[in-house]
Design a protein around this ligand. Structure first.
Ligand SMILES: *Cc1c(COP(=O)(O)O)cnc(C)c1O
Length: 364
């Protein structure tokens, strides 16, 4: 088999090897099913066990209270950009507050504006999205339909480490790129959603954790596929879901529980990995320049520049030749980005850190 590189892709991103290996082992025949997981009914007892196990794994990892539902919906996180407003803004007679700390928040706002009034409660754009706001900078409307924020801006590498205090207004979070990277207090959220392909599995599914209280606000007569209540009542099986993706999510969350030992352990590892790279940046005397303000630095997406675009190109190319793949920053912002989600090992980050130091020594 060709060798697997250390993959720093932002998404779809590296998956934990034990999960991939288990999927490979059962690729042709899922034990007990006599066929591949891709070849059996989504209503079979074997698949029912898989989706229920995936939900149970989320419940155990995030200590999700009983009055929340765990849904697997299609269309990725981008579908949630319009689904949440259709369910909670469009017919509410209210406006929604959006905290804007980067590119994905911008996309979420664009979609919400199609169906309702949006207020920007804080705008990080004038500062080029280098940080998240302090609580006292938020201009929140106590009568808002909800407050939306992006816990980790994947493109800029800027992360919230504390939820904004909404004073009782439902909080909606796009956690696509940091879900399951650390423990969270789910009771603070009305909805927490995430596209799967950063931290929890292959692309094509969004995990949506939603409170019963928010579900009760959903109006009648929404299109069936865009109706949270319909999806919750049918346990995400209104139509045929992406069964293989849900199977992989079950395996990845199982790995987090059984191999890693839960989210406290995962968080400690993620902090350790991020610190290695930020320390290398800070010790480089300005050769590497981090994008985010230090207190808002993402532990998932480490964004940085080199002294010139030419050196950045050389860095990305030579890194790839050394088995360190996909370090190019997002096309909208340039520079370099190392995505170090849960599945990236300490070994991979150590190899990158050493490469950064070597590259500086020969090019600085
Ligand atoms: C990747 C990403 C998205 C988009 O996810 P899709 O599943 O491709 O729609 C949205 N928000 C954030 C924070 C992301 O990182």
């Amino acid at each position: 088999m060709a060798e697997r590189v250390f993959n720093f892709a932002a998404g779809p991103a590296a998956l934990p090897l034990p999960a991939l290996e288990e999927a490979r082992e059962h690729f042709l025949v899922l034990p007990g099913a006599g066929a591949s997981v891709m070849e059996i009914s989504h209503r079979s007892k074997e698949f029912t066990a898989i989706i229920e196990q995936a939900q149970a794994n989320f419940r155990s990892l995030l200590k999700i209270p009983d009055n929340y539902r765990v849904l697997f919906l299609q269309g990725g996180a981008s579908m949630q950009f319009i689904m949440a407003p259709m369910n909670l803004l469009q017919h509410s007679g209210k406006a929604a507050d959006y905290i804007l700390s980067g590119s994905w928040g911008n996309k979420a706002i664009k979609e919400a504006k199609r169906v309702g009034d949006v207020r920007v409660a804080w705008d990080g754009k004038p500062e080029k999205y280098v940080r998240t706001p302090a609580q006292n900078e938020l201009d929140l409307n106590p009568d808002a339909a909800y407050v939306h924020f992006t816990s980790n801006e994947t493109i800029e590498g800027v992360e919230f480490f504390e939820e904004p205090d909404t004073g009782g207004v439902p909080l909606i979070c796009d956690a696509s790129s940091d879900i399951l990277s650390r423990p969270l207090d789910i009771s603070q959220y009305g909805i927490l959603y995430a596209g799967a392909q950063k931290n929890i599995g292959p692309s094509g599914t969004a995990v949506v954790i939603i409170s019963d209280e928010v579900l009760a606000r959903v109006p009648e007569n929404l299109p069936a596929m865009l109706d949270y209540k319909n999806m919750a009542e049918n346990n995400s099986l209104y139509n045929t879901p992406p069964t293989f993706t849900i199977y992989m999510i079950m395996l990845v969350t199982k790995w987090l529980i059984e191999d890693i030992g839960g989210l406290d352990k995962m968080y400690a590892l993620n902090q350790q990995k991020a610190k290695m790279l930020y320390d290398a940046i800070d010790a480089s005397g300005g050769f590497y320049r981090g994008h985010a303000s230090p207190e808002c630095r993402s532990i998932m997406n480490v964004t940085f520049r080199l002294p010139s675009e030419e050196l950045e190109g050389k860095f990305i190319k030579e890194a790839a030749a050394n088995g360190l793949a996909a370090l190019k920053g997002h096309r909208s912002v340039g520079g370099c980005r190392a995505s170090i989600y849960n599945a990236m090992t300490v070994d991979g980050v150590t190899a990158l850190r050493d490469f950064m130091n070597d590259f500086m020594a020969s090019n600085g």
